[in-house]
Design a protein around this ligand. Structure first.
Ligand SMILES: Cc1cc2nc3c(=O)[nH]c(=O)nc-3n(C[C@H](O)[C@H](O)[C@H](O)COP(=O)(O)O)c2cc1C
Length: 377
């Protein structure tokens, strides 16, 4: 891999990513009844023309009860498709592979937006709480509601909801999907022995605890086109005592690979509450070692995520083969033209290809006119 590894294209199934930089899914908490709106159009458009290899639309609820908050996006109805189509088309019109994350929040649903405190909803007449679901009637913590232990038909419904959501995601024109299996949400809560104490076919042994994940992936694959990539987000480590072991996660990931999952998005934590490993400070690239080890242990492609900020930092991850993609979240909010600036930093001759032509033309002209070394007047 050369010095500009971050910009080496990669093909997965029929999709070719022009570089390795992906926008990580980030909830906007601005939907009403799951519908994307003008805010989402502005938000996603600014990333669509920012030179990314691909981008994921935020966690999108496969059912109303599968949302984290009242403001979360949804895909449980055909009525959601018009606005989702607009976003998918905007990404694709700028050569950015268009993705969407499909999610069910499980026992972490019915929560206030983070900016309102992120606590379980209580006594809010405008935005009432709803019944949460989980593998067992075990709350996330003492302040959370007790989830309803899912029966067979609840489990069948969730599997089918994921399947229909994938069908709709294809109809909306998305090139790739990511199944949300991390952060303590529904699929992760079935995997973890901390939240899953069932004694039926969906609990107990490792294979029973991953049965719902297997069923979801198999059903999704029946409707999701064979030539389009599937990503799966894991919590590489729970960060909780008695949680999922590294060995179990590796077994799950190898199994996902055999089922046809293409890329593992390597996040962490969340089973005990906080979405990432609870640490007072995070350091740049804090989850990269997981992506590296998962890739090494299973041979599957991985996406590293978490405080990937520097251009050289990101390039090194790809160049050293530690991951196949880097996902950026907050740094893209801070620097929308991160990809263009990274291309310039790494000395790419075609760095302006990562801008919209409307901007590239003027920057090119300025470069030929401007004497940057001159003393400013
Ligand atoms: C505002 C915000 C919303 C997020 N929403 C999601 C989400 O919808 N799905 C998800 O899996 N992770 C979500 N995350 C986590 C990010 O995808 C990412 O893993 C995390 O922010 C670490 O990457 P960063 O340091 O580059 O931001 C969110 C993070 C932020 C800051």
């Amino acid at each position: 891999m050369g010095k500009q590894a971050l910009f080496s294209p990669i093909s997965i199934k029929s999709k070719t990513f022009r570089n390795r930089v992906i926008m990580s899914p980030m909830c906007q908490y601005s939907s009403i009844n799951g519908h994307l709106n003008d805010w989402h159009m502005q938000h996603y458009s600014r990333f669509a023309f920012s030179g990314l290899g691909g981008a994921f639309v935020e966690a999108t609820g496969i059912s109303p009860e599968g949302r984290i908050t009242h403001g979360c996006a949804g895909i449980w109805s055909d009525d959601h498709l018009d606005n989702l189509k607009k976003v998918a088309n905007t990404f694709k019109s700028y050569n950015c592979i268009a993705g969407i994350q499909l999610a069910h929040a499980g026992r972490k649903a019915s929560t206030e937006r983070p900016m309102d405190g992120a606590k379980s909803i209580k006594d809010n007449v405008n935005e009432p709480s709803w019944q949460t679901y989980g593998p067992s009637a075990i709350p996330v913590d003492s302040g959370s509601p007790i989830p309803l232990e899912m029966n067979d038909s609840d489990i069948k419904k969730v599997i089918n909801d994921f399947k229909i959501a994938a069908f709709r995601a294809d109809k909306a024109g998305f090139d790739m999907i990511e199944l949300h299996g991390a952060h303590g949400y529904l699929l992760h809560s079935f995997l973890s022995p901390l939240s899953n104490k069932r004694s039926d076919g969906y609990g107990g042994s490792f294979y029973n605890r991953i049965k719902i994940i297997e069923d979801v992936v198999r059903e999704v694959k029946l409707v999701w086109p064979q030539d389009k990539p599937i990503f799966y987000r894991v919590s590489s480590v729970d960060g909780a005592e008695g949680g999922t072991s590294w060995e179990e996660n590796i077994k799950l990931i190898s199994f996902l690979k055999s089922l046809g999952v293409d890329v593992i998005d390597c996040s962490s934590g969340g089973i005990g509450g906080s979405p990432v490993l609870a640490k007072s400070k995070i350091i740049p690239g804090f989850q990269v070692p997981y992506a590296e080890k998962i890739k090494k242990d299973t041979g599957i492609r991985t996406m590293a995520v978490g405080a990937i900020i520097g251009y050289e930092q990101a390039n090194n991850i790809i160049q050293k083969g530690r991951a196949d993609f880097v996902a950026l979240g907050r740094e893209l909010m801070s620097e929308t033209q991160w990809v263009y600036n990274a291309a310039k930093f790494l000395g790419l001759k075609n760095s302006k290809d990562f801008l919209t032509p409307n901007y590239a033309f003027y920057l090119q002209r300025r470069d030929s006119q401007l004497d940057r070394d001159a003393e400013p007047l």
